[in-house]
Write a protein that binds this ligand. Structure first.
Ligand SMILES: [Zn+2]
Length: 242
């Protein structure tokens, strides 16, 4: 197990036993970590910021753990995590499909009218002699987010159906590597800022795609923020051992 071997290499350098976690969110009437859920085996996790090792096996539904030394977020446990991520992922993919199929923005100025779809934002850059920039824009706002969502769909589907495959580890690595290269929120904030400028020069009409992409941005963030990295690897590990 990758987590346990990581623990074995980290523990001697700290010369500290596995420490207690600081639970930051506990539901009313829940006081004990030790009797929290039915996962009795120790589940060790090293703080990504300061390397202090924790046993996070006692977390219950909707509880999160932070490092007691530096306050860094460690993990959060939700019993319905897979259902939530699946719902957000499927909804986000549907909205992305809508966002790519309908007009994004419509401009009207001095009797001239211009219509732009989401894929055209990248294509126009290519047409104006900036192929690399066009590829990067298309990758950051459409290709990478869509790839990440499809990989999440595969992973969560496999975990929900208890279907073990050696490729699940690769899918997990790809998801957590690629998600930092997705610029969905950055692009949308950039569009909003530029709209303020353009609104002074032309009449702007937001198309269906604009609102679909706004919804997609929110659902994309929700899907990935609900996919807890530690809990995800714990589930993959448990599936491979079953
Ligand atoms: Zn820490």
């Amino acid at each position: 197990m990758a987590t346990q071997s990581h623990l074995e290499t980290k523990t001697p350098t700290h010369k500290k036993p596995i420490a207690d976690i600081r639970v930051t969110h506990r539901l009313p009437g829940q006081n004990s970590l030790a009797t929290g859920n039915d996962r009795h085996e120790s589940e060790c996790l090293a703080c990504p910021a300061c390397d202090l090792v924790f046993d996070v096996a006692g977390l219950r539904h909707r509880e999160t753990a932070r490092c007691s030394r530096c306050g860094h977020f460690l993990t959060g446990y939700r019993a319905d995590e897979l259902n939530r991520v699946m719902a957000f992922t499927v909804s986000a993919l549907i909205l992305l499909l809508l966002a790519c199929s309908f007009p994004f923005l419509e401009f009207r100025a001095s009797g001239l009218e211009s219509l732009m779809t989401l894929p055209q934002t990248a294509f126009e850059l290519y047409r104006n002699g900036m192929p690399y920039l066009a590829f990067l824009v298309a990758a950051f706002i459409i290709i990478i987010p869509a790839t990440v969502l499809l990989l999440v769909l595969l992973l969560i589907g496999a975990l929900m159906m208890q279907y073990h495959h050696d490729g699940l580890r690769l899918i997990g690595r790809l998801i957590f590597t690629l998600q930092s290269w997705s610029m969905v929120d950055v692009f949308f904030i950039g569009v909003l800022v530029s709209l303020v400028k353009i609104a002074q020069m032309a009449t702007i009409h937001m198309g269906i795609s604009f609102w679909a992409y706004a919804g997609f941005s929110i659902l994309f963030i929700l899907a990935l923020s609900n996919l807890d990295r530690f809990q995800c690897w714990r589930r993959i590990e448990a599936l491979s051992e079953s």
